[in-house]
Design a protein around this ligand. Sequence first.
Ligand code: NAP
Length: 266
Amino acid sequence: MPRFDPHPDRRPAIVTGASSGIGAATALALAAAGHPVALGARRVERLEDLAAKIVADGGEAIAVALDLTDDESIRGFVRRAEDGLGPTEVLVSNAGDVQPITTLADPGEFARQMQVNLLGAQALVHEVVPAMVQRRRGDVVFVTSEVAQTPRTHMAAYVASKAGLEGFAGAMAMECEGTGVRVGIVRPGPSATEQGSTWSAEAIDEVVASWRHWGLLRHDGSLRPAEMAQAILSMVSVPRGTRYAVLEVQPEAPVRSAEAQQEGEP
Ligand SMILES: NC(=O)c1ccc[n+]([C@@H]2O[C@H](COP(=O)([O-])OP(=O)(O)OC[C@H]3O[C@@H](n4cnc5c(N)ncnc54)[C@H](OP(=O)(O)O)[C@@H]3O)[C@@H](O)[C@H]2O)c1
């Protein structure tokens, strides 16, 4: 007798923030691995294009509007995803927002980012995970950030929300122990996505100068979304009996020439 029932053949997955970056790459990777995928975000046309690509490649996908600042949108998203694909076996809570605000920022803006990154994730869990617990199986992945472990300046709400999300995920993993629901954290380092693409040039200059001051910019390497997607896919694909609790993924530093290294160049 195996210690655990194997995963079912059909494992519908929900991916939030699937309209760009890590979420879009994760949806593609999950679909290529045979998961039907429900794509959630606000920019529905992008989701529809991605779903069409997945279907054209022989996969199964649906595009469903989701705004994590709106509880009714979250409820409707899960209902439509499950009506379309069946009960959720894999939840990838990936959507996130980051704006360059400090700890002294306007509380409304601070709260909005907390809502997307932390409270929205909990509301999603509330809609999806009780049924997983009843079925005695499921995978939940929270995409956090290295800033949860190493705070950065000029990202006050982001740092607070990602640290909160890691605390939440840790408590949830304990509460889900013995239910068959596996809970894990995927913690990206710097990644080349649309994150930060709406920041003004002045804001970027100010933020980068501050990070340099604090020694936070080690090298120019950055992860590609497909590389993050592989980490998420491996977390949900590991056979039953194993649980990946935390996967931190960092970009490898660009390789220096031997001469530069000998001359002690940083
Ligand atoms: N890029 C990095 O360096 C980095 C590093 C560490 C962690 N991360 C984390 O990785 C995750 C993915 O981000 P990314 O780097 O791929 O950035 P991205 O390309 O900007 O993607 C962010 C996604 O979140 C969605 N989103 C934002 N606000 C939303 C809302 N209110 N409701 C629903 N969806 C919303 C966006 O979709 P719509 O705008 O269409 O709604 C988009 O699909 C985030 O949790 C981010 O914090 C990124």
